[in-house]
Design a protein around this ligand. Structure first.
Ligand code: AMP
Ligand code: ZN
Length: 114
């Protein structure tokens, strides 16, 4: 049993504004949105970082993209566009070590990121 904020959200022990879920993935609103629309997609399973991706959890990680596509359709930004971000470790600014995909929309993004 992981003592991790996102595991607790996955188990329903702390509240979150859940917008989509299936048997492996949960999508909820980011508590401090950095863009007009900002969601987080998490695997229900505790996978700390992208460094922990392997053949055993590849299918579950792939479902994060399915969750992003479903969320984009549901909230109407599939056509206009959006950005999916997964931060890994210190240089990327990862703060919570339960792998999560940021699904960000509602503005025009610059590229490359600063
Ligand atoms: P990262 O820097 O990629 O680890 O992003 C962590 C994200 O989790 C940040 O955007 C936070 O605003 C968000 N966050 C932290 N706690 C919660 C929470 N309880 N519910 C929803 N989002 C959260
Ligand atoms: Zn966790």
């Amino acid at each position: 049993m992981e003592n991790c904020i996102f595991c607790k959200i996955a188990r329903g022990e702390i509240p979150a504004e859940v917008v989509w879920k299936d048997e492996h993935v949960l999508v909820f609103k980011d508590i401090h949105p950095a863009t007009p629309k900002h969601f987080l997609a998490i695997p229900l399973e505790h996978i700390p970082t992208v460094n922990d991706a392997d053949a055993n959890n590849a299918a579950i990680l792939g479902r994060l993209f399915v969750a992003a596509a479903e969320t984009a359709k549901k909230f109407g930004f599939a056509e206009s566009g959006y950005r999916c971000v997964v931060n890994c470790n210190r240089d990327a600014g990862q703060e919570l070590f339960h792998l999560h995909m940021h699904i960000m929309a509602g503005k025009k993004f610059g590229w490359p990121p600063g």
